[in-house]
Structures are given as structure tokens and as C-alpha cells.
Design a protein around this ligand. Structure first.
Ligand code: NAD
Length: 460
């Protein structure tokens, strides 16, 4: 009997849709068909044709923006406005990949061989298994799928079991789009330990592009390495926000609230942990509380502040609550306006001041609407960031270009924002992490290198 996945709206708890799980036999057939599509069609298609196909997907995303946004909002609990922004961002990534599809980074060495010619070509990796999480299904897919396709790879997508709808729409379009030959893009549905693991182990899959938690990513890296697959993994983050004494504190406070609480804090790049110099700590905390009021102008009688996003599951909410309780037991102080509980999947926002640098609250990825504040001398900021096992993102708030430059040069993290919150990113810039935040890079001008390998030849 076919197993079914049932997704739920975290806002209301109501059922959204059933999706049939792909069984082991079907996954095997899908992988074999992807391999055939790769060798018979997609790998050798002229780059301009691949580019045209990718552009048509971007157009479709823009034309059907409302349908994609509604599907994304229903599964994840994000607002329609947020989901619309995500669809537009995804379309931008498909457009950028369409442009890159026509740019080849190859070399020709005329003089190295005497009378012959030496050259390099880019060879696509082959079949890519793309495994994505629930928090930003369309964006995390768009950061990878179109670039893999642009490089000449075929893709098998594995959505999270918690958020399927927008990606099911995307795959349905790709499979009906006449510019994509059959089986160039396929999908498998199911839980990670079944559908995801089957992809990572299948011999017809050449590469895994993974986005998700550090624990799962490490397990996938081990499984894939044991059978010789390339892996890119963009994993968890536990990101610090450095507030220097010379920063514009009011602007910084608005940026911190937006950047930490977007998507209910369920974002790998959320700037959760504030380090603020004691010289300005009282003033900054006051600004932060005012910024919170501006962003979530809820009266105390409101059960849920407008604009707040629910946690994806009750278990996830309870996990955050227990981490917060442990942090409070270790001396953290919940600021007025913090909501340690809420109806259903709702929680927060929570602001916790006086968190010690070594508090357990700062050690794990919280992934919720929580901001911790640690009062510590600015001279220690960089050392504290360096101590963190993660290396995904850092936010720097300062008026001094020398401080900004020093942070940018010294910190080993994949993305650094100076005087900005993460609303602003560009497809032209690569994404990825250091240490426990992952391996490999996606996006940016060299994005196709991730999905191809150089091949060298000498011709006489
Ligand atoms: P998760 O690791 O539980 O699941 C991610 C995906 O992996 C899902 O599709 C899941 O079904 C699949 N999976 C689970 N176990 C598997 C296995 N053994 N083999 C193969 N696939 C398996 O993560 P999540 O809870 O869906 O997402 C939240 C996490 O994702 C957070 O840690 C967050 O930081 C991270 N994330 C990172 C980025 C980034 O760009 N760095 C972006 C978004 C989310």
C-alpha cells in the first residue's frame, strides 16, 4: 500500500494536502531515468537552449506568483507577503542561472604544447540529488536547481516532508514545460530516512546538493563520500550580531529585529545572538525594545502579535521553549514584552538580556523568534565569533570603515552584512558556510563550477 505524507498549516493546524510517498522501486526507476535523460538529452543540449528553458521557468514563477506564494504560505505558516517575496527572489535566481548557462569558463593553451593545442572543458557532474528543508523550500531549491540544470545536470528533488506544496507546483510545471526533455527534473516524496537516504546511496546519482541541519548534513556527507559522490551541504547557523559603540543604535536595532525574527526566526542566517559593548548596552537594549514594538505593535491582550510566524511543529516550539528556560536558569533575563508561550504553534518574540558568553543558550542553533543579548567588550567580539562551531553569517553594526574592514577580513563565515539586515542579498554573490555550517558554495558568478568538473585534453 502506498504511504502518504500529510502536510499541515502551522498557523491553524489544519491539514493542507496528501502526497504519495515514492517507494524504493520507484526511486530506483527515477534515478535510472535521470541518468538516461542526462546522457541522451540534457548534457549535450546547446547552452542557449538550456538558458531559454530556465528563463521560461522564471517567467512562470512570476506569472503564477500568487499560486506559488499561497502554496508556500499554507505549508510553512509564513505570511502571503513574505511568501510573495520568496517567489520573486526564486524567479531572480532562475533568471541569473539562465544568464550563467551561456557563460563557459574554459581555457585554451596555445603555446604549451608546441604544435598542438591544450584545452579544458567543463563536464557536468551528472545526476544531482537535491535535498531541501522546510523553512525556505522555493529559495533553497532556486539557489541550486537552475544552476545544476544550467551546467547540464539532471536533478532529482527531495522536498522536506513538512513543506511540499510549492515544490510540487514547480515540478509539475517543469514536467509539462516542452523546453525540458522528459526526466531532466524529477521528484521523490517521503521522509528523509527513506526517500532522502535512498538518493544519497543510489549509484546512478553522482552528486548530492543538501540544505538542512548540521546533523543530517554530516550523515549525508559520510554516506555520499563512502560511494564517491560529490556533496555540497549548506547547514545550520548560530549567527552573531556585533554592535560596536559607534554604531547608529536606532538603525541597528531595527535591523536586528528584522533580521532575527524574519520567518519566525526559522532562518539559517537569522542574527540571533547580539554582542554589544557595555558602553552602549543599556541604550541599545532600550532601542531594541522600541524596535520590537514598532515591528510587532501588539497590545498586551493580543494572543499573537500580528506579523509573527508560527513554529513549524509543536515539537519544534517545545524544543525552543526548553532551550529558553535553560538560558533563563543560567542567569538570562527575559525583557518586558517577551512571550515565552503562545497559542498553538506560536511563541515569542523573546528577548533575553544578560546572557553569558558561554551560556548554553548561545551554543545551539535556536531557529526561533528569540534574540539573546550578551554584554561584552567590543575588543572580544571577533574572538567570540571565532570560538563558535558554526560559520554561516555575521552582522556588523559600526560607523567605522576600519572596524568593518577588519571584521570582513578576519571572520571565517560565509556571509557578512555590515550595517544591513538579510533582506538584501544578490544572486551574484555565493552562499555557503565554514565548519559546522557546511561545505561547498552555491550561487555567484562561479556557480556552475559546483555542478561541473574540468576535463583536460591535448590535441595534436
Ligand atoms: P533536516 O536536516 O531535518 O532536513 C532537511 C532535509 O533532509 C529534509 O528534506 C529531510 O527529509 C532530509 N533528510 C533528513 N534525514 C535525512 C537522511 N538521513 N538522508 C537524506 N535526507 C534526509 O532540516 P530541516 O529541519 O528540514 O531544516 C532546518 C535546518 O536547515 C536548520 O538547521 C537550518 O539552519 C538549515 N537550513 C540551512 C540553510 C542554509 O542555507 N545554510 C537554509 C535553510 C535551512
Amino acid at each position: 500500500m502506498t504511504q502518504m505524507l500529510l502536510t499541515h498549516d502551522p498557523r491553524t493546524g489544519t491539514a493542507v494536502a496528501h502526497h504519495a510517498c515514492t517507494d524504493a522501486t520507484q526511486i530506483d526507476q527515477i534515478c535510472q531515468r535521470a541518468r538516461q535523460a542526462f546522457f541522451q538529452h540534457w548534457r549535450t543540449l546547446p547552452a542557449a537552449r538550456r538558458s531559454e528553458a530556465l528563463l521560461s521557468v522564471a517567467r512562470h514563477l512570476r506569472e503564477q506568483l500568487e499560486a506559488f506564494a499561497a502554496a508556500e504560505a499554507a505549508d510553512t505558516g509564513k505570511s502571503l507577503a513574505t511568501a510573495r517575496g520568496e517567489v520573486a527572489g526564486a524567479a531572480g535566481l532562475w533568471e541569473y542561472a539562465a544568464a550563467l548557462a551561456r557563460v563557459e569558463h574554459t581555457e585554451t593553451l596555445g603555446s604549451a604544447t608546441g604544435s598542438g593545442l591544450a584545452l579544458t572543458l567543463r563536464e557536468p557532474m551528472g545526476v544531482v540529488g537535491l535535498i531541501v528543508p522546510w523553512n525556505y523550500p522555493l529559495i533553497t531549491t532556486a539557489e541550486r536547481m537552475p544552476f545544476a540544470l544550467a551546467a547540464g545536470c539532471c536533478v532529482i528533488l527531495k522536498p522536506s516532508e513538512l513543506a511540499v506544496g510549492s515544490l510540487a507546483l514547480l515540478v509539475a510545471h517543469l514536467q509539462q514545460n516542452p523546453l525540458f526533455p522528459a526526466d531532466v527534473v524529477q521528484v521523490v516524496y517521503g521522509v528523509g530516512k527513506e526517500a532522502g537516504q535512498a538518493l544519497t546511496r543510489h549509484p546512478a546519482v553522482d552528486m548530492i546538493a543538501f540544505v538542512g541541519s548540521t546533523a543530517t548534513g554530516r550523515a549525508i556527507e559520510t554516506a555520499a563520500a563512502s560511494c564517491g559522490k560529490r556533496v555540497t551541504a549548506e547547514l545550520g547557523g548560530n549567527n552573531q550580531v556585533l554592535v560596536y559603540p559607534d554604531a547608529n543604535l536606532a538603525v541597528a536595532a531595527d535591523g536586528v529585529i528584522a533580521g532575527a525574527l524574519r520567518n519566525g526566526g526559522q532562518a539559517c542566517i537569522a542574527g540571533t545572538h547580539v554582542l554589544v559593548d557595555p558602553a552602549v548596552a543599556d541604550e541599545f537594549v532600550s532601542q531594541l525594545q522600541q524596535a520590537l514594538q514598532r515591528r510587532f505593535p501588539a497590545s498586551s491582550s493580543d494572543a499573537v502579535p500580528e506579523g509573527l510566524q508560527p513554529m513549524i511543529t509543536l515539537a519544534h516550539k517545545q524544543r525552543i521553549q526548553s532551550l529558553v528556560q535553560a538560558g533563563l536558569a543560567q542567569g538570562g533575563v527575559a525583557l518586558p514584552g517577551s512571550r515565552l508561550d503562545g497559542p498553538g504553534h506560536f511563541l515569542g518574540p523573546v528577548l533575553i538580556d544578560h546572557v553569558a558568553p558561554d551560556s548554553a543558550l548561545r551554543e545551539q542553533e535556536l531557529f526561533g523568534p528569540v534574540i539573546t543579548i550578551c554584554r561584552v567588550a567590543a575588543s572580544q567580539f571577533n574572538a567570540i565569533v571565532a570560538d563558535n562551531q558554526y560559520g554561516l553569517a555575521v552582522y556588523v553594526w559600526t560607523a567605522a570603515s576600519s572596524t568593518a574592514l577588519q571584521a570582513v577580513r578576519q571572520l571565517r563565515v560565509g556571509r557578512i552584512w555590515v550595517n544591513a539586515d538579510p533582506e538584501f542579498w544578490l544572486p551574484e554573490l555565493p552562499v555557503g558556510g565554514f565548519a559546522d555550517s557546511g561545505v561547498g558554495r552555491e550561487g555567484g558568478i562561479r556557480a556552475l563550477d559546483t555542478y561541473s568538473l574540468p576535463k583536460a585534453a591535448i590535441i595534436y
